[in-house]
Design a protein around this ligand. Structure first.
Ligand code: MG
Length: 400
């Protein structure tokens, strides 16, 4: 069976069909058997920004142990949870997965501390936002195809970056917002993101020893799940107990989300993608009690884990590194790699050393200020690369 026929037979009426996509910026022949969203999902997995997620901080900078989350494993957890929800709601799983796999591509090194630093560096030029950078990354900065810059993703996957950003977006991206509210597939990823980080940030904090199981008893959501698990498995202690609680926490949130979302879809009589676009309120969401419990857990994580001195130390170190690298490259643009330097609007011809790798990239990449070019270069780095670069530049015995 042709995949579009399968979509017609399986998807709910409010799911996005691949054939109804607004398509790509640069025209391409359709694939003989993969839909536009299936191709996008695979393009994302093959791009270098995706591989670099492995070396980027989620909450904890660097290698504290070999098993805490990185942005890559976080992304895979979000994709997995999103897929489960999308399948259950009969949404477009391929689109959901493409959005989930790309949702954190624009995060700079050193987590939120890194983002705040880069934002500061170019505050007077509109600042830095990881969603909008993610879109530039997939639209322009990835170099993989001879015929066009970036990954040339479908409109609906690109839209998710802009819908997710809380900043007023530049005029050329405004049409993304003019279509109305986000698709259900994008809303699912947003909710799955919060299921994943609320749960795994607690898990990592316990594993690393920033908090104890006893500390988390202060949090009602944790206390209730822990009580149920202890009733069922009275012999469980320590790590096995923690893992059982984590599993239950995910299942509870997902079940709550499914029930509440189905209720909203029914109550608001959502029967088409147009209805989804017109809806002023989010349609995918948790019930009021779960919202309250999650808010309490997030407050606890913010207060105790994200502000733990061990986390703050690493965050400050990351900020120092990024500030120093920004100052260094912004005042010495000739030291930037050639493909970044070429994007600088005032680059004297003598400085642009290398030929553009493809004609498409030479024509399509917009010229930028040197500060924006440097921030884009830094945002693409992994934590480890930024640390190495700092050592190379600022330590007298650093390698070249
Ligand atoms: Mg995320």
């Amino acid at each position: 069976m042709d995949w579009s026929a399968f979509e017609d037979s399986w998807l709910a009426p409010y799911a996005m069909r691949s054939l109804n996509s607004r398509g790509r910026k640069h025209l391409e022949e359709p694939h003989p058997f993969r839909t536009i969203f299936q191709r996008d999902r695979e393009r994302i997995v093959h791009c270098s920004a995706f591989r670099r997620l492995m070396g980027k901080t989620q909450v904890l900078v660097g290698t504290i142990n070999d098993h805490h989350r990185t942005r890559l494993t976080h992304t895979l957890e979000v994709a997995q949870i999103s897929r489960t929800i999308a399948r259950r709601l009969r949404l477009n799983e391929d689109l959901t997965e493409a959005i989930a796999l790309s949702h954190d591509l624009g995060h700079p090194p050193f987590g939120h501390a890194g983002e705040a630093t880069l934002d500061d560096c170019i505050r007077d030029q509109g600042g830095f936002d990881h969603n909008l950078y993610g879109l530039r990354r997939v639209d322009e900065l990835e170099e993989r195809y001879p015929d066009f810059p970036g990954l040339n993703l479908a409109w609906e996957v690109r839209e998710a970056f802009v819908q997710h950003s809380r900043r007023p977006v530049p005029p050329e991206w405004r049409d993304f917002r003019e279509v109305g509210g986000p698709l259900l597939e994008a809303q699912v990823v947003d909710a799955a993101d919060s299921v994943a980080y609320d749960t795994h940030d607690s898990d990592d904090a316990l594993d690393i020893g920033l908090i104890t199981l006893h500390d988390l008893e202060r949090v009602e959501m944790w206390r209730r799940v822990a009580g149920q698990v202890r009733d069922r498995y009275p012999h469980l202690r320590d790590d096995p107990l923690r893992r059982a609680i984590i599993r239950e926490l995910i299942a509870w949130q997902v079940n709550d989300l499914l029930a509440e979302t189905e209720r909203r879809l029914q109550e608001k009589r959502i029967g088409s993608v147009e209805d989804v676009r017109r809806s002023m309120e989010p349609l995918v969401g948790f019930g009021p009690e779960m919202c309250r419990l999650k808010t309490e857990l997030e407050g606890y994580l913010r207060e105790v884990v994200y502000r733990h001195d061990q986390v703050l130390r690493m965050a400050h170190k990351g900020q120092t590194i990024l500030r120093a690298l920004f100052g260094w490259f912004a005042s010495r643009p000739e030291l930037l790699p050639g493909r970044h330097l070429r994007r600088w609007v005032d680059a004297p011809a003598a400085l642009v050393r290398t030929e553009p790798s493809t004609l498409a990239q030479a024509c399509a990449l917009p010229a930028e200020s040197i500060e924006r070019v440097v921030v884009d270069y830094l945002a693409g780095m992994t934590d480890r690369f930024a640390q190495q670069e700092f050592r190379r530049l600022f330590q007298p015995d650093g390698d070249q």
